[in-house]
Design a protein around this ligand. Structure first.
Ligand code: PLP
Length: 393
């Protein structure tokens, strides 16, 4: 972006930042697209004579830095000093943040319908490291306050909308509750992306992303990110990332940044098509419940309407006939590809109980067996509706 002081009113719009933040033409060649600096190390002009502070690509790489500057601008264009750190995956970002902020013995409040991988990180990995975690139903702010009052927590971990049940948590209300109790508010913003929701403007201290999903947007790269305006957290997380090494490579960083340039137009279409799909499913006799925050019947609809600028591209629903019917349906779609992950241009279908959330089986986070999750892609929406209709028959 152009250098020099800018008044708040002149902060460029989201679409402009997505295409230009961190992406000035290459000073050496004028290349319009930031080059893939596919190098592990950088020549020094005499011992310790670093060019632009560059030393070794685990510590910093210009392609990764371009991605980070763009992510920071998208999450909080009006919050000074915001910094983003790119990591090798969403899970690497979560792990890096938690071990930056917490010490063994600390407690973290997590959503009672958190992403299965997040739950597994706490239950199977960080619990052994001495971290205490407690699942709470986050839409119930009173329950969260009670839990914080019982015993201090280091982090209140929020995911909204949740994966796969599309639960909605009130970020501003939870930020108040967390801060009064001395806890840090972390929001996993993967499902909304910064196009639809900016948690830092609602009081979040740190935003976590799986950039694998909507930010990358093309199902061709794994990545994660942390975004924060807390300089101390950013500094310590950068130290830990360099010390433990969970960095994305230059090409992965480049692919993610390439995806981000079209985030705004993609998200807008994902939202429109998902709304059409949710509406159709709601009328279908084989469907017993549709979970989509855009539907007025969704318990989190009012909060979602307040804190999001669109309801997203994810739709979950429960089918008549239980697990057998749900699993069979996942095998009958032709355009919706059966597979894990989400947020790409192509539509995906999956059975969370047996696939993405299998690691939560038998836990308080177990999902119902008749649940099916859709990532509504960018194909012709009429074709998507036809496909679901023939599969539901
Ligand atoms: C996919 C996902 C993650 C994990 O990200 P990876 O890039 O797969 O490591 C974390 N949170 C949510 C909500 C996700 O959907």
């Amino acid at each position: 972006m152009p250098n020099g002081p800018r008044g708040e009113s002149s902060v460029p719009g989201f679409e402009t930042l997505a295409i230009h933040a961190g992406q000035d033409p290459d000073p050496a060649t004028g290349a319009v697209v930031p080059p893939i600096y596919q190098t592990s190390t950088f020549k020094q002009d005499g011992v310790g004579g670093l060019r632009g502070g560059l030393e070794y690509s685990r510590t910093a790489n210009p392609t990764r830095t371009a991605l980070e500057e763009c992510l920071a601008a998208l999450e909080a264009s009006t919050r000074a000093g915001t910094r983003a750190l790119a990591l090798a995956s969403g899970m690497a970002a979560e792990d890096c943040l938690i071990r930056t902020v917490c010490s063994p013995g600390d407690r973290v409040i997590i959503p009672d319908d958190a992403y299965g991988g997040t739950y597994r990180l706490f239950a199977a990995v960080l619990a052994r490291w001495g971290l205490d975690y407690v699942p709470v139903h986050l839409p119930d702010v009173t329950a969260v306050r009670r839990c914080l009052a019982e015993r201090p927590a280091r982090i209140l971990w929020v995911e909204t909308p949740t994966n796969p049940q599309l639960g909605i948590a009130d970020i501003a209300a939870l930020s108040g509750a967390a801060h009064e109790a001395g806890a840090m508010l972390v929001v996993d913003n993967t499902f909304a992306s910064p196009r639809l929701q900016r948690p830092m403007e609602l009081g979040a201290d740190v935003v976590v992303h799986s950039t694998t999903k909507y930010l990358g947007g093309h199902s061709d790269v794994i990545g994660g990110a942390l975004v924060t305006a807390d300089a101390d957290v950013a500094e310590r997380a950068a130290y830990l990332r360099n010390a433990t090494g969970g960095v994305p490579g230059p090409f992965d960083s480049w692919l993610t940044l390439r995806g981000i340039r079209t985030l705004a137009v993609r998200m807008d279409r994902h939202c429109d098509s998902a709304a059409r799909v949710a509406e159709m499913l709601g009328r279908h006799p084989a469907v017993t419940q549709v979970l989509y925050p855009g539907l007025p019947s969704h318990p989190g609809h009012a909060v979602a309407a307040k804190q999001m600028t669109g309801f997203g591209g994810m739709v979950s629903f429960r089918v008549r006939g239980g697990e057998e019917a749900a699993v069979a349906l996942c095998g009958r779609t032709r355009l919706f590809t059966l597979g894990e992950s989400l947020g790409g241009v192509e539509s995906l279908i999956e059975h969370p109980g047996r696939m993405t959330h299998a690691s939560a089986a038998g836990s308080p986070l177990e999902v119902s067996a008749d649940l099916v999750r859709l990532s509504v892609g960018l194909e012709d929406v009429g074709d998507l509706l036809d496909d679901l209709n023939q599969a539901l028959c």
